[in-house]
Design a protein around this ligand. Structure first.
Ligand code: HEC
Ligand code: HEC
Length: 300
């Protein structure tokens, strides 16, 4: 039976509580933010879904930022008071749609990630306030996105059709800090060790499978293992590759890599078994055949 990391029995010690909250911090600087940056899962009835301009939004519809096709202007007294990037005369309704469908959902957070303070009910939030660092960063991000879409991409003369605009979600993938899975796990390994990183992997996977934020394909763990091998951290690479092949039993390349790591660690029998596995997955793999022959003294 494959070890499925019984969460509490094996990894439920306080060190993991620490590494877990550390990983969460990596995923979000906002300690009040939802764990791992909870997705914005509010209703999205099509009647509310904004017209085309907003869909292209932030790509914000460069148009919007650069001042051509603008959605409804504000006529009423609740007009936004502190817009420095978005057109200052947008109606509150347009702003809220942008905030909701592009900004909050792109980062997988709720409004309170950037607006409000602990314990402040939604109705009393002062959305114009710049008190929160996350809001101020988001404003810089809007400027960056506007520049990418407004200046940098248009400078490329060979763009495809239709031209694609960058949006918050393009980088953020529904997470407040756009870290790759291998970055998060690599940082946890460096700080808390490989056991904690494997536990973190399980928790992130439980939470994020089926979403865009993390790539649970073999690429992430392969990349992490390659980085560890570069640093000659064989024992850690071994653990990551063992996880990799449990998660992706059909993949031959982490299996071959693991065989090599076993060899380097002097685990001859494990190496042979792993190389044999590779040949069941990819019978023609010449390098594996050579390693098997070297280890067993005869052609496989
Ligand atoms: C990732 C950060 C972030 C999130 C999440 C976010 N906002 Fe904002 N919000 C901003 C920024 C930045 C501005 C200012 C934009 C500018 O300066 O042009 C802003 C401005 C606003 C304003 C205009 C305030 C004024 O009077 O100037 C409103 C209203 C608003 N947000 C509502 C919301 C709502 C509702 C949500 C949740 C659906 C939300 N925001 C989620 C960053 C965020
Ligand atoms: C081109 C890629 C890219 C795009 C597009 C992008 N971001 Fe970011 N964003 C980043 C990176 C990278 C960081 C992390 C910066 C750092 O701290 O090193 C970041 C960080 C942030 C943070 C700080 C999060 C925290 O808790 O520290 C906020 C808020 C944010 N982005 C909001 C936005 C919003 C809103 C948009 C869309 C208007 C956006 N970003 C679009 C790359 C991007």
């Amino acid at each position: 039976m494959c070890a499925r990391f019984p969460r509490d029995a094996r990894f439920g010690d306080s060190r993991d509580a620490k590494s877990d909250s550390f990983a969460r911090e990596l995923g979000s600087r906002n300690s009040r933010g939802p764990a791992w940056g909870e997705a914005y899962v509010g209703p999205m009835p099509s009647s509310v879904y904004p017209p085309r301009t907003l869909a292209a939004m932030l790509g914000l519809t460069v148009a919007l930022m650069l001042g051509s096709a603008r959605p409804a202007r504000s006529q009423s007294g609740d007009a936004p008071r502190n817009l420095k990037v978005l057109p200052a005369d947008l109606s509150r309704d347009s702003i809220v749609k942008i905030m909701r469908f592009t900004v909050a959902s792109g980062l997988g957070v709720t409004c309170s990630y950037c607006h409000g303070a602990p314990g402040v009910p939604f109705d009393s939030i002062d959305f114009a306030s710049d008190e929160r660092q996350t809001k101020r960063t988001a404003r810089e991000m809007m400027r960056m996105v506007s520049r990418i879409n407004g200046e940098l991409l248009p400078a490329i003369t060979t763009r495809g059709t239709p031209p694609i605009e960058v949006q918050c979600i393009t980088c953020h993938r529904g997470a407040p800090r756009p870290l790759m899975l291998e970055d998060t796990l690599g940082t946890v390994i460096a700080r808390f060790g490989v056991d904690s990183a494997l536990a973190t992997y399980e928790r992130i996977k439980q939470r994020y499978t089926g979403r865009f934020a993390y790539d649970f394909g073999q690429r992430s763990l392969n990349t992490l293992a390659a980085r560890l091998l570069e640093q000659n951290r064989l024992a850690d690479a071994r653990r990551v590759l063992e996880l990799d092949i449990r998660e992706h039993p059909e993949a031959w390349d982490p299996a071959f890599q693991l065989g090599q790591v076993y060899e380097s660690l002097g685990e001859k029998d494990l190496a042979i078994a792993q190389y044999r596995r590779v040949l069941t997955l990819l019978p023609t793999h010449a390098a594996t055949k050579r390693r098997l022959e070297a280890l067993t003294g005869r052609a496989p």
